[in-house]
Design a protein. Structure first.
Lengths: 295, 362
């Protein structure tokens, strides 16, 4: 078979049609994502020389990114904040998803899902500012509590620190956690729950032995969807985090735009990416384990 | 017969919809009992009421002499085989079968394992314990569902259309296997089915249901030979109906005029739904009518007719015969005998019939 007929056959095949369909997106992703990413990886191995980049390859930046206690602390804080946000979001999202799936009658479910997505109607930035208003020194929470006589002076531990970051991010990402868990719960055949009851298990044990294991793929998806973007979030810690709530994205921004140290900023970015990848892979493997037993 | 389940005046409403109407039944210990009816007749609702998934609007359900009011499904001495089998997809076959054993604190792990193996063995799945549940075929899933229910030694096993998802060959095989299993374990089985043949083959007794009501509760033979109403007669097997007029009822004898067949006297037990003078109809099963071939001497009475249609099945031939003066042709089934010709459409024929085989409907 010569090359021409092989090409002819390929161009008529389904694979070729598929490739043609995705090629604009693929091209866009390549130029806008892969190239900058490659540039960042390249930068991270170069040397910083104040107002210019010195083209000498070095591992100095990584040594600093991983060795400097300041960066290590920021990275650990990012991990902790993302972990807390994920935990809070998934724990709070599960009952909501469960309620919508099991107690809302079928005709009303889409209305509920619609209501759950209402926070997306306003810009992310505005929602973060709103939390500033709610949690601030003279904010809604403090003035209400003072007005009720519960506290004498405004609480200060609720704004410009890690707590504020966790509260704001958990609110922002709630719908992202609710939806995958809801989908997983919806897929559970209700006769399985009846079978468990029929075999002698109480409502709680039925939840524990049947509902929860079958909802795990949704929970794992929710964990990934919340964890990955929150660990690199920049806006929320910048606006409500204060100096002690600073996260890795803020540190990267500092290196790039304030200190003009592209190589160190890049090394921090690549390090953060590697950590997120490692955490995500753990969950992906977990999910595969759960998915394997599902039909 | 000692009843294990007693249903007294059971009614069930869903809003305005009256799903079960005045259900009265005793189901015996060790009996193979079927609830038979078209879809929407309430048979599954009744089964779920016994299982404890639905509560009754009025009336009582007793199982093993105990009132079941307020007793949830997990506390009832019943187990169910679901229509979809409801096999837990995240568990292995052995874990599925042993699901209900968690609460048996009197058994240690090896004892439970032995019970699981016995149960798998009983349904012909020995060695399948380690398999993932989702890798099973339809027939195997059903066996797992059976083993999972029977391992708990319930007083009553409830089966919700368990064979409807299987292909014909497997269904036939499972019918006899279920019957064998029921005799082996001696537990009361209650089977819900819309397949009248399945109900006749498997059951000791059958409750035929229409529109939430039990239309007739009888053995398969009674149901087939003496259906109480046209509706039951029509639902079970094939029944030929002829218009008739009851001319007199005297003690144990009923006198009728049947269209195309003339005057006849029958016993009162041939009118299980009761008889009163006036318009009525009579029914004949296809095999109670006989086509007389050349030179055959008639047994019973004879009517003249013309062959309207012939359907040849190999072992059987179904003839549609039009009697003189009757619009509706009668279906007559004849076993094919070697050497005897099959009649053709349009041929004149004589039909022998036995007044004793006739059923009168008011």
């Amino acid at each position: 078979m010569d090359a021409r007929t092989r090409w002819g056959r390929f161009s008529r095949s389904e694979a070729a049609t598929g490739l043609k369909l995705i090629s604009p997106t693929a091209l866009y992703a390549l130029i806008m994502l892969a190239v900058p990413l490659a540039a960042i990886v390249a930068y991270s191995f170069l040397t910083d020389g104040y107002l210019e980049i010195i083209w000498t390859p070095t591992l100095e930046n990584y040594a600093e990114a991983w060795g400097d206690p300041l960066y290590r602390q920021v990275m650990l804080r990012s991990l902790m904040v993302a972990g807390l946000v994920t935990l809070a979001t998934v724990l709070l999202a599960f009952p909501v998803a469960y309620y919508v799936s099991f107690y809302v009658r079928p005709g009303r479910k889409s209305l509920w899902l619609f209501l759950i997505t209402i926070p997306f109607w306003t810009s992310y930035l505005i929602r973060v500012f709103l939390w500033k208003v709610i949690l601030g020194f003279n904010g809604v929470v403090n003035s209400s509590l003072m007005g009720l006589g519960i506290i004498d002076e405004p609480l200060t531990f609720i704004l410009y620190n890690v707590n504020a970051v966790v509260i704001t991010l958990a609110h922002a990402y709630a719908p992202f956690a609710i939806l995958p868990i809801f989908v997983a719960l919806e897929k559970i055949d209700r006769s399985l729950l009846e079978a468990s009851r029929d075999l002698g298990e109480s409502t709680f044990m039925t939840f524990w032995r049947v509902t929860l294991p079958l909802a795990m793929p949704g929970v794992v998806a929710a964990v990934l969807i919340v964890f990955i973007p929150t660990i690199g979030d920049y806006v929320t810690p910048q606006l409500v985090g204060g100096p002690e709530g600073r996260m890795i994205a803020n540190a990267i921004q500092l290196q790039y735009l304030r200190l003009d140290n592209y190589p160190l900023g890049s090394a921090l970015a690549v390090s953060a990416m590697l950590i997120v990848t490692a955490v995500s892979l753990i969950f992906v493997f977990l999910n595969r384990r759960f998915l394997r037993v599902k039909q | 017969m000692k009843p294990i389940i007693e249903l007294r005046g059971v009614n069930k409403y869903y809003g305005d919809y009256h799903a079960l109407r005045d259900i009265e039944a005793d189901i015996g210990e060790g009996e193979f009992f079927s609830l038979l009816g078209p879809s929407g007749c309430g048979k599954t609702t009744l089964l779920r009421t016994i299982a404890g998934f639905e509560d009754v609007s009025s009336g009582t359900v007793h199982i093993g002499g105990k009132l079941m009011e307020g007793v949830p499904a997990n506390k009832r001495p019943t187990n169910m085989v679901f229509q979809s089998y409801a096999i837990f997809p995240h568990l292995s076959v052995a874990q599925n079968v042993g699901f209900g054993l968690r609460r048996r604190s009197d058994l240690n792990a090896p004892a439970k394992q032995a019970l699981i193996e016995d149960a798998l063995d009983m349904v012909g799945l020995d060695g399948y314990g380690g398999r993932a549940a989702h890798a099973l075929s339809g027939g195997q899933r059903q066996r797992v569902a059976l083993a999972r229910a029977l391992i708990l030694k319930p007083k009553v096993l409830l089966l919700d259309e368990p064979l409807s998802a299987l292909d014909k060959k497997l269904r036939d095989q499972m019918q006899s296997e279920l019957r064998r299993l029921q005799r082996h374990v001696g537990i009361t089985f209650i089977l819900v089915t819309h397949d009248q043949e399945e109900a006749l083959i498997m059951s000791d007794r059958i409750a035929v249901m229409f529109e939430g009501r039990i239309a007739q509760l009888a053995t398969p033979q009674q149901l087939y030979r003496r259906p109480q109403s046209r509706q039951v007669a029509d639902f079970i097997g094939v029944m030929n109906f002829l218009p008739a007029r009851v001319t007199g009822v005297q003690g144990d004898a009923v006198a009728l005029e049947v269209a195309g067949l003339g005057a006849v006297q029958i016993a009162a037990e041939q009118a299980p739904g009761g008889a009163a003078t006036g318009q009525a109809s009579v029914g004949f099963r296809p095999e109670t009518l006989t086509i007389l071939f050349d030179g055959e001497a008639p047994k019973g009475r004879v009517a003249d007719g013309v062959i309207d249609e012939v359907t040849y099945y190999g072992d059987m031939t179904y003839y549609a015969v039009r009697l003189e003066g009757v619009e509706q042709p009668l279906t007559i089934s004849m076993r094919n005998v070697f050497g005897r010709k099959v009649l053709a459409q349009g041929e004149a024929t004589r039909v022998a019939w036995d007044p004793g085989a006739l059923v009168l409907f008011g």
